[in-house]
Design a protein around this ligand. Structure first.
Ligand SMILES: Nc1nc2c(ncn2[C@@H]2O[C@H](COP(=O)(O)OP(=O)(O)OP(=O)(O)O)[C@@H](O)[C@H]2O)c(=O)[nH]1
Ligand SMILES: [Zn+2]
Ligand SMILES: [Zn+2]
Length: 283
């Protein structure tokens, strides 16, 4: 899919393909492989920066319209200043989501990806100079609405949060295992609609997740009614405490970046022989 649609090349990493020719004389697949190596190196640099400032970074992923921005709005309101939050928003087009967050008095920066259906580490790095990391406890990165690609790209974050709204069907973890296997927690969102969507079974959704050998917690939340917000905030606070304890020992957290998703991007097909690649340039 993405190796043919070209979504691996973003405004963040396009410069890596330019005139010096370093990536110009290789096959399309090995170009993509090199871009992924650059992405991983940039992600490590991003994470090291977050760790220096003690900022816990959470990547929010789900299909379009599952309620990511609404969850962030409800979270900001419920926290009522108890944690210092900042948000990076990823969408193909528009500043709408960042504007919604800013309306609540919270710093938000929008990345518009144009055609790319996921964020990458370079796109995130481009906005980091705008953030006052020393005065942020938790940075949420709302990824582009897409149930496949975002799980394949390390942004330098620490945790993955995957939303599944009750309007999407309870079999989504089975159909999109790449995304759900990556989740450090799965949020079943829009639970207020369960009253009219009796075909959605939260238990079945959880069974589908367990069938992926995941033991990630499953939280049920409605941003509209506030149901489940306490459990969600408890999870968030526990993860922040855990992260801070790790940082005291100079350790950190790494997300589960999905190699299967890379295969979907044509980067690790067993039938493809990669040319040797040099180490990424300094990032
Ligand atoms: N009933 C109900 N509707 C919700 C809830 N959360 C979000 N919605 C609605 O779902 C729609 C999409 O919500 P968003 O928060 O914009 O979803 P998103 O995942 O950020 O969307 P993209 O950024 O476009 O992928 C909006 O009309 C919201 O009002 C909820 O808990 N209950
Ligand atoms: Zn959104
Ligand atoms: Zn993609």
């Amino acid at each position: 899919m993405c190796d043919t649609c070209g979504c691996n090349i973003t405004d963040g990493n396009r410069h890596l393909l330019r005139a010096d020719g370093s990536h110009a004389k290789v096959t399309a697949v090995s170009v993509l492989n090199k871009l992924l190596q650059h992405n991983d190196a940039q992600a490590e640099a991003n994470r090291a920066l977050f760790d220096r400032h003690g900022v816990l970074v959470i990547n929010l992923m789900s299909s379009p319209g599952s309620g990511k921005t609404s969850l962030l709005e409800a979270t900001i309101k419920a926290l009522n200043g108890a944690l210092r939050i900042a948000v990076i928003e990823g969408d193909l087009e528009t500043e709408n989501d960042a504007a919604r967050i800013r309306a609540l008095g919270v710093e938000a920066h929008q990345i518009t990806t144009g055609t790319a259906c996921h964020l990458d580490a370079h796109l995130v790095a481009n906005v980091l100079p705008k953030l006052d990391l020393e005065n942020i406890d938790v940075l949420f990165i709302e990824n582009v609405g897409n149930l496949v690609c975002p799980a394949s790209f390390d942004l330098g974050h620490h945790l993955n949060l995957t939303l599944l709204s009750v309007t999407e069907g309870d079999d989504k973890p089975a159909k999109y295992p790449v995304m759900f296997r990556a989740a450090d927690a799965m949020l079943v969102s829009k639970t207020d609609l369960l009253a009219v969507l009796d075909e959605f079974s939260p238990d079945k959704a959880e069974d589908c997740l367990r069938n992926l050998a995941s033991n990630a917690p499953v939280l049920r939340v409605s941003s509209k009614t506030g149901e489940g917000m306490r459990e969600w905030l408890d999870w968030l606070n526990r993860r922040l405490e855990h992260y801070r304890n790790l940082r005291r020992e100079n350790r950190s957290l790494s997300p589960a970046v999905q190699s299967e998703g890379r295969r979907l991007h044509g980067l690790a097909r067993p039938d493809v022989r990669f040319k040797p690649v040099s180490q990424p340039e300094t990032v």
